[in-house]
Design a protein around this ligand. Structure first.
Ligand code: SF4
Length: 327
């Protein structure tokens, strides 16, 4: 798909926003810079978890868009312990990006889906590396409980601890359609139970899920802004190979975002978000060899830059429509 003229930008005007930068949204990377004095490089590890939405305790088959195989980093080999993966990852990323400070990212599947004693063992291996400052843990609302959260609260006194809860949409009909295996209320309860403990709370949403209107997507921005999340990852729906969604798409193709259409929508979404929510991602990214659609032919960093430039060109910023309607 060609990138059209939404990207014809005028030179942006310099202006400082309430979060202290000239970026028209509150970027997580700026927050990390001010808190840690620079970038925190994520070392992804594969702890061999599964997910209650796959193993049958909640459902079989998983979320229709999910392909965790696309998360396996190049330095992870089968059979490596967490300590070995962290060692290999730190070494690889130090060479590649000259990174100095690290957090260990438990990304694939549901990384709190095990008894607490087992979790304590694997997290301790990750935190034992002298250059690791904390953990980022991707999980589901139905895989945390008060005992696990009390443990994370203790860890958070010494380390940076971030829990990432996938939500994707506030609309239960959508969550059912994509087979999330939980509803909005469960997500909201997990977030409220996690907040106030010194744990960084991150949410994920996906824009463009099948059956959702633009207004419904914008409602997601308004509703999640009422919950105590610290940061947000926004993804566009990208259809990844070897997923239920890819099979649905091949059987009967449905509309996916054009490039400028997504940029316009995500800008409206950002305008409706609470201004103190740090934005970690503005677009999804998968390796081109795993991607079915939409194929834009641009890297996520380029999309992110185009969004930023377009917001400045339009004179809009994060939070200026927080509390407004979806229209
Ligand atoms: S909850 Fe996460 S790991 Fe489980 S099926 Fe859904 S996206 Fe995949």
């Amino acid at each position: 798909m060609m990138i059209d003229n939404v990207l014809q930008v005028a030179k942006p005007k310099a202006r400082v926003f309430p979060w202290g930068t000239s970026r028209p949204y509150n970027a997580y990377k700026d927050y990390l810079k001010s808190r840690f004095g620079g970038r925190l490089q994520k070392v992804s590890v594969d702890a061999g978890f599964t997910c209650p939405n796959r193993d049958g305790s909640k459902a079989f088959g998983g979320c229709t868009y999910c392909n965790n195989a696309s998360f396996v980093p190049p330095y992870c080999k089968p059979g490596m312990s967490i300590a070995q993966q962290v060692e290999a990852g730190v070494e690889y990323l130090s060479r590649r990006y000259k990174a100095e400070k690290f957090v260990v990212y438990f990304q694939a599947y549901s990384n709190t889906y095990a008894p607490l004693e087992y979790l304590q063992g694997i997290y301790a291996q990750a935190l034992a590396h002298p250059r690791v400052l904390g953990l980022v843990i991707g999980t589901r609302p139905d895989c945390v409980d008060p005992a696990k959260l009390a443990y994370f609260e203790e860890l958070a006194k010494k380390y940076y601890i971030s829990l990432e809860y996938g939500l994707e949409s506030i609309h239960d009909a959508t969550l059912e359609r994509i087979n999330r295996g939980h509803d909005f209320r469960e997500w909201a309860e997990a977030v409220e139970m996690t907040a106030g403990r010194g744990i960084h709370v991150c949410a994920h949403v996906i824009l463009g899920l099948p059956g959702e209107t633009r207004e419904q997507m914008l409602q997601t921005a308004q509703v999640i802004s009422r919950y105590p999340i610290d940061s947000l990852k926004i993804h566009h729906l990208h259809i990844v190979k070897k997923t239920v969604l890819a099979a649905e798409y091949q059987r009967q193709p449905f509309l996916v975002f054009g490039y400028s259409e997504y940029i316009s929508l995500v800008i409206e979404f950002i305008r409706r978000l609470r201004p103190d929510i740090y934005l970690q991602r503005l677009v999804g990214e998968t390796h081109p060899r795993n991607l079915v659609a939409p194929v834009w032919g641009v890297r996520a960093s380029t999309v992110q830059r185009h969004i930023e430039e377009e917001m400045l060109r339009r004179g809009v910023w994060q939070g200026e429509k927080a509390g407004a309607g979806a229209g």
